[in-house]
Ligand binder design. Structure first.
Ligand code: SP5
Ligand code: ZN
Length: 369
């Protein structure tokens, strides 16, 4: 399988994130993508290639121009405004209550000049710091996704984009949840434009892909199916409920499948079947997969109980749809098992058996061997 990877992600070097106002060690770190890359290289069945530049067009097809401009300028503005901090985190967030009862009635929210307020005009949370290399990394991550699309439109049955930073929390005009541009949404949009076909997005990251849902909410040509920790207890909290089905032409083209804490492999596979049945009902030849491994039992921010061997089975079942797959990396924060979990998933897609790499010290059951 072709794997698209860019070392430019290394410039998005995050040390701490802010959770409920306090700094904690960052979860979404460069080591994640490097672990995945080295594990796939060691496997031997994956050929790494760099992304090609796809320009602004595919980004602006799903994102607000203001978000793109902000992200492209944010770090230099932060520096120019003389703020002596290692990363840019918003001072305020533009929550709906500021303008409740005002919007659309002769009032338009405006983007301020001070960078701490400007960041909050676009941010969803305070856990997504911007550093010197963030924009370059986020652009490269989009190009990784679009190069994986090129591989599949060029005839490959499946391609894997080792995207970092991830994308599925980024909405039309918002960044957050460690995400800046919505790689999967940009990929799906490019596929619809280039094939004229319907596209399905299967999101198996532990978190609901609020950005992807929002971007395609009114669209019937892009089906969004997501399995995730129930938002009553988990980020992104405000979206991801089962009764969110889309509106207008998009009604019925959004399927949320919330999962309970402690969800086992067997329970997970049952819910997965519902998602796969929905995708199989839809015309189209390509599925975009938002692949998060934060469903893993040892994930530091997830609370499901999946093990490495189930990822092989999930990959196998997704491939059994008989659709071409554009597989894009999202979350997954238990670094010691992350490479193996991705490798198991992709070998499932390839129809190759999975045996754990002895050097990792992890068995297929996910316990230390
Ligand atoms: C792409 C992706 O997986 N983004 C996830 C963003 C989650 N951000 C919230 C992190 C909150 C961490 N809470 C720690 C609780 C530890 N028990
Ligand atoms: Zn996640």
């Amino acid at each position: 399988m072709r794997v698209v990877y860019s070392p430019l992600h290394l410039g998005h070097e995050i040390v701490t994130e802010t959770v409920m106002g306090l700094p904690v060690p960052a979860n979404e770190v460069a080591e994640r993508a490097e672990r995945i890359r080295t594990t796939l290289e060691a496997d031997g069945g994956y050929t790494l290639e760099p992304p090609s530049d796809h320009g602004d067009g595919p980004i602006l097809a799903v994102h607000d121009a203001g978000l793109l401009r902000f992200l492209s300028e944010a770090w230099q503005e932060h520096r120019a405004q003389g703020i002596p901090r290692p990363s840019l985190i918003p001072e305020t967030l533009f929550v709906r209550g500021y303008v409740e009862g005002m919007v659309g009635d002769g009032f338009t929210p405006r983007e301020p000049a001070f960078i701490g307020g400007r960041a909050g005009f676009y941010a969803l949370d305070t856990s997504t710091p911007i550093v010197a290399g963030t924009y370059t990394a986020a652009r490269a991550s989009v190009d990784v996704a679009l190069t994986a699309v090129d591989a599949v439109l060029g005839g490959e049955d499946a391609a894997y984009g080792l995207c970092r930073p991830p994308g599925h929390h980024a909405g039309r005009s918002t960044y957050g949840g460690y995400c800046f541009f919505n790689n999967a949404a940009i990929a799906a949009q490019a596929i619809t434009e280039r094939t004229g076909e319907r596209v399905a997005i299967l999101d198996v990251d532990y978190h609901h892909g609020n950005g992807t849902q929002q971007i395609f909410w009114r669209r019937g040509d892009v089906l969004y199916v997501s399995l995730h920790g129930d938002p009553t207890r988990q980020y992104p909290y405000y979206l991801g409920y089962a009764d969110e089905v889309g509106v207008g032409a998009g009604r019925g083209a959004n399927l949320n499948l919330p999962l309970p804490a402690g969800c086992s492999n067997a329970q997970y596979l049952e819910v997965l079947e519902r998602g796969l049945e929905r995708i199989a009902d839809e015309p189209g030849s390509i599925v975009v997969v938002s692949l998060g491994l934060d469903t893993y039992g040892e994930d530091p921010i997830g609370d499901l109980a999946l093990t490495t061997d189930v990822y092989h089975e999930v990959g196998r079942r997704v491939a059994a749809l008989g659709r071409k797959l554009v597989i894009l990396q999202e979350g997954g924060y238990h670094r010691p098992a992350l490479g193996e979990n991705v490798r198991a998933w992709l070998r499932g897609v390839d129809g190759r058996p999975y045996d754990p790499t002895p050097a990792t010290g992890f068995t297929a059951a996910g316990t230390r061997g």
